[in-house]
Design a protein around this ligand. Structure first.
Ligand SMILES: Cc1ncc(COP(=O)(O)O)c(C=O)c1O
Length: 396
């Protein structure tokens, strides 16, 4: 009787715990300003919703092929082939229930017990547990704000063993918003090819990049990278469709087939009409994406300016996504408003309890010196929230 050792070993998501507390306070009528959101605060564009409604009206409500509807797989293969200047077949695409599910499937498909998967800290919370759920071992390499929170090829080389199965790269990153440079990606691509390890490229924020920088996929950088790169993306962040649960993986055919098989015995297929909506999203007008991107860039500029006004705060300027990850450890060991600030969790609790600002403790992302602020919230909230944080930190 009882739950399995595997299930017992899984940590609940810390990001969800803090949002639950913030929601509870909000429900009690408290004016909480939330910087916890991991999703755009815009509505899904109308033409995408219309496509889902049309699919429902036309009775598109039954099982679909496990790996996704053929027209969506074809269109994704076509778009990647064009963007990467390579030939991808629809058989290399598997549509899943969101990017998270695509990643989960990947580790189930490529990892044997004891295999190692390398990734950087700060990391997106689910990598650790997903790798463990595949009976593999997370190998977490710390990075610093000075390194733009990116892995150096040297650090990866040192961590590689004969059990290394994959390296995860998340660029732009959640929680830091930072990106790998083309030169860094080239060096990592060469290393991965030389050592024959997969690169899991989590490109979920590829359309949310700032300062006119082009997004570069590691899959395009060296001949042969398409044989070892597993690209993950979704409509979630790009089209403000987090609740629709449609993501995908682009992988070598053998791996895509394995993922399709796994999926056929777990979820069967992603929701039928949500796939039609995803097709409308990727084939329809893209100005909605640019509008949201521009709004996030403006907010990024404002939140960074306001952070600059707070003494003792250091951060790497986000180049994409909608998060900033300031280091507030200069406040640790101090007593603020009668409370001792020891770490990211006590700081987070202090901010929520005293000035009703919800942030996520960096501890959840493997970096206790920092907190994560999401700027997927209104400009007014950013201004009011940062003012509250500034005041709370000035309490002697
Ligand atoms: C880095 C990263 N990868 C993957 C995902 C999963 O996205 P989805 O909502 O499509 O499952 C997220 C969502 O927060 C993310 O931040």
């Amino acid at each position: 009787m009882g739950i399995s050792r595997k299930a017992a070993g899984i940590q609940p998501s810390a990001t969800l715990a803090i949002s639950a507390k913030a929601r509870q306070l909000k429900a009690q009528g408290v004016d909480v300003i939330g910087f916890g959101a991991g999703e755009p605060d815009f509505d899904t564009p109308e033409h995408i919703k219309a496509a889902a409604k049309r699919a429902l009206d036309e009775g598109f409500t039954k099982y679909t092929p496990a790996a996704g509807i053929p027209e969506l797989r074809q269109e994704l293969a076509r778009q990647y082939s064009q963007a990467h200047n390579r030939e991808y077949s629809p058989n290399q695409v598997v549509v899943s229930c969101g990017g998270k599910h695509a990643l989960y499937n990947i580790f189930q498909a490529i990892c044997d017990p004891g295999d190692e998967v390398i990734f950087a800290a700060p990391y997106w919370v689910s990598y650790i547990e997903m790798v463990r759920l595949a009976d593999a071992k997370p190998v977490v390499l710390p990075t610093t704000a000075e390194e733009n929170f990116t892995l150096t090829p040297e650090a990866i080389r040192e961590a590689l063993t004969d059990r290394t199965k994959a390296i995860i790269l998340n660029s732009p990153s959640n929680p830091t918003g930072t990106m790998y440079s083309r030169a860094q990606l080239e060096a990592i691509a060469e290393l991965a090819l030389e050592r024959n390890v997969y690169v899991v490229a989590d490109e979920i924020y590829d359309r949310l990049v700032y300062d006119g920088e082009p997004f570069v996929s590691i899959a395009t950088l060296r001949e042969g990278m398409e044989r070892i790169t597993l690209i993950v993306n979704a409509v979630s962040k790009t089209y403000s469709m987090t609740g629709w649960r449609v993501g995908w993986v682009l992988a070598p055919e053998e791996i895509a087939r394995a993922i399709g098989n796994i999926q056929s015995h777990s979820t069967s297929n992603p929701t039928s009409f949500a796939q039609k909506a995803a097709l409308a999203a990727i084939t329809g007008p893209q100005d909605c994406v640019e509008e949201m991107r521009r709004a996030f860039e403006e907010r990024r500029n404002v939140i960074c300016r306001l952070l600059d006004e707070i003494p003792g705060v250091r951060y790497a300027r986000p180049q994409g996504a909608f998060y900033v990850f300031p280091d507030l450890s200069s406040y640790y060991g101090r007593t603020l408003g009668g409370r001792e600030i020891r770490d990211s969790l006590s700081l987070t609790e202090y901010l929520l309890d005293t000035v009703q600002v919800a942030v996520v403790p960096g501890e959840a992302f493997g970096e206790d010196r920092c907190i994560r602020l999401s700027f997927a919230t209104s400009m007014e909230n950013i201004q009011r929230g940062l003012e509250r944080i500034r005041k709370a930190l000035a309490e002697g």
